[in-house]
Design a protein around this ligand. Structure first.
Ligand code: PHE
Length: 379
């Protein structure tokens, strides 16, 4: 071949490499596992979270991936169950050899899976598990959401100060670490602020009939009823309260949010107030871009868990970049040094206990399957 032809071919080759990126062509993808409840009683939590994570990873890959490599997600369904979560974590480590795991979201499930990740030295980042004990499992366990001792205090103070509630009742799911943890914090803070807890009752996840608890509440007449829990039960409680003529302001937590809330509860759920991590009405540039792209991609508004999933993926990708190599220990160390990462739900700096401090929003459930921003409380 002539010198000239060779020159032209070499130029074309160089251009092609420049366009596609040689490392992206050559290297294997980086595998990140997700453990999420995409089926079972809290299936909308898993689906919402996975939608957010997928969107983030697609954007990252479209921009060239990390360390010149694509990220590949491997999802394991936890079926909303703690034992399944433990097995799913083990599978992702042993079968897929993942670099890190994102998940679970329900605290009880993350608490079951985290010891496996910790013992095998695999970084695990939960987008949504707020119970304090989760990151105490060990130095490989991180979260990108606020913790319940913080969330519960804000809600108790909202009830006592903004709603001027004096008498509160609690309805706690004893099978849920999340529910029990939040109820305890609420009780301590509400009492500290001069309020009185006038009734403490419980239920089990999966219960269908709440008439015994509601009948008691009808005669006790508290100002607010705090139900830290998940949508399935909250929807049924609201519906049965209406049927029994129990008119009490319900105060919930982030587990209230789900399309199923409206399906199961009908218009009885309107007016419920709850604390959570994200509102479509929050206006920072990253959140606005996320909202627009999410709506385009999925044809619906994102829930808190979609935003949290998206954010957790950004935090992991940021740490892989800073680690500079695909190595679990290096990734753990980089995650521990996460500082000022701007995400949809705020700015993430992890403290020595691998938790961030972030804003809490209070939303009101409205007609037409909507949530209205009532207040944003910044740290
Ligand atoms: N914080 C909940 C838990 O720890 C999970 C959750 C997060 C649910 C966000 C809904 C929205 O169990």
């Amino acid at each position: 071949m002539s010198k000239k032809t060779f020159g032209v071919l070499a130029l074309i080759l160089l251009l092609a490499i420049g366009l596609v990126g040689l490392p992206a062509l050559a290297a294997e993808p980086i595998k990140i596992g997700t453990v999420l409840p995409t089926t079972g009683p809290i299936a909308t939590f898993g689906q919402s979270t996975l939608n957010g994570i997928k969107m983030a990873i697609e954007e990252i890959n479209a921009a060239g991936g990390v360390l010149g490599r694509r990220i590949e997600l491997v999802n394991e369904d936890t079926k909303s169950d703690a034992t399944e979560t433990r097995n799913a974590v083990a599978k992702l480590i042993n079968r897929d050899n993942v670099l890190a795991i994102i998940g679970e979201v329900a605290s009880t499930n993350t608490l079951a899976g985290a010891p496996v990740a910790q013992s095998q030295g695999v970084p695990m980042v939960t987008p949504g598990s707020t119970n304090e004990k989760v990151t105490e499992v060990g130095d490989y366990i991180f979260r990108t959401c606020f913790v319940d001792p913080y969330q519960g205090k804000i809600v108790a103070s909202y009830a006592a100060r903004s709603m001027k509630a004096k008498r509160a009742a609690l309805l706690t799911a004893l099978s849920s670490d999340y529910s029990v943890g939040l109820a305890n914090v609420f009780k301590a803070e509400f009492t500290r602020l001069g309020g009185k807890i006038v009734s403490e009752q419980s239920y089990s996840e999966g219960d269908q009939d709440f008439s015994a608890q509601l009948t008691k509440l009808r005669s006790i007449k508290p100002d607010v009823l705090y139900i830290p829990g998940y949508y399935t039960e909250i929807a049924l409680i609201a519906r049965q309260a209406r049927q029994l003529g129990v008119k009490i302001q319900i105060l919930g937590s982030e587990g209230t949010e789900s399309p199923k809330l409206f399906e199961l509860g009908g218009d009885a759920v309107e007016g419920i107030l709850f604390s959570t991590h994200y509102s479509a009405e929050v206006k920072n540039p990253i959140a606005q871009r996320f909202l627009k792209n999410f709506k385009e991609k999925y044809g619906q508004d994102p829930e808190a868990l979609s935003a949290l999933g998206y954010d957790a993926a950004l935090v992991v990708a940021d740490a892989v970049k800073r680690a500079g190599k695909v190595d679990r220990k290096a990734l753990r160390d980089a995650l521990a040094k996460t500082r000022n990462v701007k995400v949809v739900t705020g700015v993430i700096t992890l403290d020595a206990r691998r938790n961030p401090i972030k804003s809490v929003v209070i939303l009101r459930v409205e007609k037409g399957q909507k949530y209205k921003l009532v207040e944003q409380i910044n740290p």
